[in-house]
Design a protein around this ligand. Structure first.
Ligand code: NJP
Length: 240
């Protein structure tokens, strides 16, 4: 079903986004991968070496409106359309609220919230015209409950959740689906960590999130999956 469809995945230089690109490419999709550093080009080469020729790297900062317009423009120029947007780029830090600087507060909102808004805004006119599209926002389990030492991060993910639901209702009449994937702890480079550390061996794997993206993106047209929540078995969290 996803074969020959086109995806944009933000934050795909490494971690969850890179694996999402791989899993979508395995389905036969052509994928624009976005990252703010030059690493995104190396990742594209790596994916091509893995046997996925249709990977377009675009170095872009998701907090920048012009960058995201360019991402959509280049994707349409290269592949002709955009079927799926995965808003995955995100940053995080965890400390006491009074230790968070105003700059850190602004930046985390610029990337985690404004980034999702700008990519969605850039792609919606195209999806509306085609009366088709799926937007998947990689949010967090802390979009549904709170944790200490994570006020700024948690606030951004509650914002993404609210944004996603509201947009989903706006675009339903155009045949466009919007959903969120809300993972708990995932073994990546997130919050200045390193992927593959032994103490994270029981955490979710990037493949777990990427498989959820494939499931959401390939749902039949009559089905809208609003939200998928995933946790590692070892993570304790409130169950409603
Ligand atoms: O993090 P990491 P994850 N513009 O650090 C890119 C959510 N999540 O894969 O910019 C464009 O390995 C960066 O590339 P580069 C989390 O909130 C995670 O874990 O080139 N791209 C890299 O590819 C986030 O939304 C956990 O350095 C930007 C990628 O983003 C998503 O999962 C738990 C950028 C980050 O890779 C992926 O995070 C949870 C920018 N301005 C939610 N800034 C978890 N890992 O435990 C960064 O609940 N990137």
């Amino acid at each position: 079903m996803l074969k020959d469809q086109i995806a944009i995945v933000t934050g795909a230089s490494r971690g969850i986004g890179k694996e999402i690109a791989i899993k979508l490419a395995e389905q036969g999709m052509k994928v624009t991968i976005v990252g703010s550093s030059s690493q995104v080009s190396n990742t594209a080469e790596e994916l091509k070496d893995m046997g996925f020729p249709n990977i377009l790297p675009v170095q872009a900062d998701v907090s920048n409106e012009e960058d995201l317009k360019e991402v959509v423009r280049k994707t349409i120029e290269t592949y002709g359309k955009v079927d799926v947007l995965v808003n995955n780029a995100g940053v995080g830090f965890f400390k006491l609220t009074e230790e968070v600087t105003v700059e850190e507060w602004k930046r985390i909102f610029e990337v985690n919230v404004q980034g999702v808004f700008l990519a969605t805004k850039a792609v919606l006119p195209h999806m509306k015209e085609r009366k088709s599209g799926t937007i998947i926002n990689i949010s967090s389990d802390v979009a549904r409950y709170t944790i200490p030492n994570g006020a700024a991060y948690t606030a951004t993910k509650y914002a993404v959740q609210g944004f996603s639901g509201s947009v989903a209702q706006e675009v339903r009449e155009y045949g466009i689906r919007v959903g969120t994937i809300n993972p708990g702890m995932v073994d990546t480079y997130f919050a200045e960590s390193t992927q593959g550390l032994p103490d994270k061996k029981d955490w979710l794997k990037v493949e777990d999130i990427a498989n959820a993206v494939v499931y959401m993106a390939s749902a039949p047209k009559h089905m809208l999956i609003d939200e998928i929540v995933l946790h590692p078995f070892v993570q304790e969290y409130p169950i409603a």
